[in-house]
Design a protein around this ligand. Sequence first.
Ligand SMILES: NC(=O)c1ccc[n+]([C@@H]2O[C@H](COP(=O)([O-])OP(=O)(O)OC[C@H]3O[C@@H](n4cnc5c(N)ncnc54)[C@H](O)[C@@H]3O)[C@@H](O)[C@H]2O)c1
Length: 361
Amino acid sequence: MKGEGNPVTIHVGIIGAGNISETHARAVCETRSAEVVAVYGQNVEKARRLAGLYGGAVYGDVESFLAHRPMEIVAVGSPSGLHAEQGIAAARRGLHVLVEKPIDISIARADALIEACDAAGVKLGVFFQDRVAPDIVRLKKIIDEGKLGRIMLASARVKWFRPPEYYGASRWRGTWVLDGGGALMNQGVHTVDLLLWLLGDVSRVYARAVTALHEIEVEDMVVATLEFANGAVGTLEATTAAYPGYPRQLELTGTEGTCILQHDRLISADLRTPLDDFASDDDQRGSQNRIQNLNASATSPIVSDVRGHQEIFADFVRAIEQNGTPRCDGRDAWRSVQLIEAVYESSRTGHPVSLAPREKA
Ligand SMILES: NC(=O)c1ccc[n+]([C@@H]2O[C@H](COP(=O)([O-])OP(=O)(O)OC[C@H]3O[C@@H](n4cnc5c(N)ncnc54)[C@H](O)[C@@H]3O)[C@@H](O)[C@H]2O)c1
């Protein structure tokens, strides 16, 4: 698939073959020296279609797929509740594992996957593409350099919309067994990951999750109050019932000012000491096109801008080649699932839930 002078050194197998697997395949194809070599999905027609577009042998059973060689990485884009089981099977075959978010739908399964990858000596990475978005990286730097001061308050809103067909036409979305939850485990998890990445651990949560609009067994609306280990407090709202769907909004207030992130763009940085190179004027920072991009995940699961996934993939390849740690590894991705489990528990019991950092190494 790749041109001469650009030898393929990384061979990737794709599990899933649905919506996000296409993003994975595109990300691989856009990466120098990487190639899709095998595709496995429960729906062989979908696997055939994907392989027709991006290359690779088609498999209808997982064992033959995992035996395909050469193959060094498996990109898991199946329903969330299958990530650990399939990742463990890949690790046992000596394959590096790059899974979609969430890492899986429980910390018990996330633990099992982390341990299997450790035991096999393979890398485990998780697609949280927000972590490579330029403005979000910039926000992280602003925080780490102390320009926001001591963070006191975080307000996160994920007011997205999914139409009834999003759930109705899927065998796994909106189910406890394979989605592991709804608006928070599937959509809000990106923002949960960001809160933990930017502010550190949450030590206590009090939450209410309800099914307000959709005919699904899991929640389509969550509100939570968060107490961070560093003393900050926060609120988190996540829904898939907010027609027509709005960009995710994250506002962080520190002793030095307030930064506002909209989707993955830093739209305000109102600091006591202004940043030299920041203009919040939309004319300078974005066109109408970008605003449309901005709304994409608010209304659709399709990730048409492949850059985030491509960068996560390239980072994962670097981690393998240099024996480093991926941008978001299994242990880091475990934390968002822990917090989401705590939100669900708090909602079920009506009580606040305390969280402790992962004990295992
Ligand atoms: N990073 C992101 O922004 C992002 C966006 C969308 C989805 N996702 C994640 O990607 C995963 C898949 O979501 P999607 O939107 O692609 O769903 P999808 O339904 O479009 O695709 C899932 C595919 O998995 C296949 N499948 C079902 N059971 C399987 C099995 N046992 N083995 C192999 N394949 C099986 C289905 O046939 C389907 O083609 C989820 O974990 C979701 O959270 C991430």
